[in-house]
Design a protein around this ligand. Sequence first.
Ligand code: PLP
Length: 463
Amino acid sequence: MPGYDFKVRPQKVDTVKTKYRRIKTKIPHPGTLAAFKELEKYEARSMHGQLPVAWDRAKDFQVFDKYGNYWIDFTSTIFLANSGHSNPRIIKSIQKQLNKGLLHSYTFVNEARLNFLKKLIEITPKQLEKAFLLSAGTEATECAVKLMRLRGRKIRPSKLGIISFKGSMHGRTMAAEMLKGNEASCDWIGYKDPNIYHLPFPYPWLSADYYQKYDWKGYFTESMEELKKKGLKLEDICGFIIESYQGWGAVFYPKEYIKALAEFARKYDILITFDEIQAGFGRTGKLFTYQHYGVKPDLLCLGKALSGSLPLSAVIGRREILDLPETGSMSSTHSANPISCAAGLANLEAIISGNLVQESARKGRILHSRLDKLKKKFSKRIFWICGKGLVAGIILGGPRAEESGSIFASKVCERAMQKGLLLVHTGREAIKIGPPLTISDEALNEGIDVLEEAMTEVDKEAN
Ligand SMILES: Cc1ncc(COP(=O)(O)O)c(C=O)c1O
């Protein structure tokens, strides 16, 4: 990541020995260095820059290297292992499917796909009637854009406008990149899709008066007026795509803002897609994060914790939207792989039978009340605490991306790693937390203690 390079050099660190953490060697262990070097040689550098821990295995809410060190995991890899790493139910289901001897079936019928789809539609809100399965989250984004435009075109040939939010994350393929509204990350494309528009994100800190008192409906209306001034005709908008919370800092939209957006969408016959790829499946204490806003989407993009393991993503929505493409015209070689579907089914069962959505809400109260205290302790460092349930973003420094905030965040992540805790390294002025929803209360509290310890040390060293 630009800004701060983690030391891929074995560091002598204090020994740690608790029920959940064990650090007994230099970190990273010297024996893992060859793998780092070889990957540097063989793999594109864009894949690198992560905390220097070589994962050997992961179980529930812990990660293990080969040399007897283990960590409490506050990352869920990257918001994927909601039902716990190597969930036994998922492993068993994968093994059963493997033993059958069907590794792939393209779009030929297979039972694993049917069973998974039935479960998915059964547990999701009623208006979401059909699904299209894919492998990566970014494919789901592309598909949602296509569906929104296909529907728009049916109403009027010029109804192709998609509105997204500046600074959002929807993936790394072309439409997904263009949706981010980040000039630098789109530079390589060489042109701009004239039918993609961006709204400024309604950051809670935009209002000196805080969230509730700000006229968020007015803010939405003003932002739309700005787009109109740039030539957008409202009747030409076919869809909004909304990352359910903004990824880098787990930043939620004000509820009033999303309600105003939904009202506007209904008035102008515009579809609403929520990108739940990171936010779905209990992460924020509801099955889907959009449910915090009290609106009904037309489409959802799903991925990551949809399977909690193997590559699997989906777009789900109303029947008439999902059935817009002609028979045979929307497919992918690897969509609905039977092994991924077997994993997905077991994962959904684990989430429901383990009450993990409710558990996320309950443990989220522990997490957020402790982070509020941390904010008071580090009032000069911590600018805002974002998130709900078992996701949190500790925003450092100030309302804008400040180099000092991002370097401090990286150093805290590195120090926590040396103490047996893995945090999400964002490369920005935010430290992100997202443990598996199965984490025990004791391990959650211990992890937060370690975070506090790491912050205290890095703060002292900086002063
Ligand atoms: C909100 C959101 N949308 C889309 C994606 C892209 O998913 P994938 O990396 O599986 O393509 C991500 C990945 O981080 C994400 O967080």
